[in-house]
Ligand binder design. Sequence first.
Ligand code: IPD
Ligand code: CA
Ligand code: CA
Length: 259
Amino acid sequence: MSDIQKRDQLIKQWIKETAEMIEEAKEKSLEVEEKSARNDLVTNMDKKIEEVLTDKIRSHFPDDRICGEEGFGDNLEDLKGTVWFIDPIDGTLNFVLQQENFAVMIAVYEEGKGVQGYIYNVTEEKLYHAIKGQGVFCNGQPVSAPDNKSLSDGLMATNSQLMTQDAFSDYRKIAGRSMGVRMLGSAGLEVTELIKGNIMAYVATKLSPWDIAPGKIMLEEFGFKISNFSGEPVDLLKTNQTIFATPSAYNEIVTTNFK
Ligand code: IPD
Ligand code: CA
Ligand code: CA
């Protein structure tokens, strides 16, 4: 069995186990703490899941390194070798306030190149995954690439900062070119909306490596474009202002006159 197949089997099993832990935790009261701001939360479950996943990765793949949101991983200064990205709960605010619209996300990169990515919508029990060169799947079934629709013919998504902070007001012109804006509050689930062809672009002011890593692999399988707001490749060692889009929508976004 190849490393990719071995990891694929294990990741699917681990995601199932962590989802069960999340479902059980919903019955009990959550411990919620603020991180950098009152709307930047972490729960005992974010920490628990990252701890469980990092322990499993380290026991099966001791030479690999881990980039995780809650601090159980390694401090990475490069992407050499095999690197795992973990977002234990993407959409923590939704998890706390809605008990839905959140995902468990894992990705594996080798020498900086995406190999396999997983986004699990816990409440809908839908696992999206992609293995480089093999396409995108939802619960094991292949997903066809959506049409390369333009922004002016479709919807787009963004994050709340782009809507609420004056510093980003010029970028709202992008929204004006679309048919309308939708907002889920989970970068991973916005990627699944792109996969379904429900939106043509997701434009976010600040995404961390673990927010971007799995979706990038999936969307590149469809030939979609992913870059920072300046059109440069995203850097998976830092936060990025990020555009994910169909090729047509991407072209409209980067040719928008922001000033
Ligand atoms: C956040 C969500 C949100 C995005 C933020 C992310 P978290 O992840 O994906 O939609 O706008 O930038 O940090 O903190 O819930 O894992
Ligand atoms: Ca996240
Ligand atoms: Ca998270």
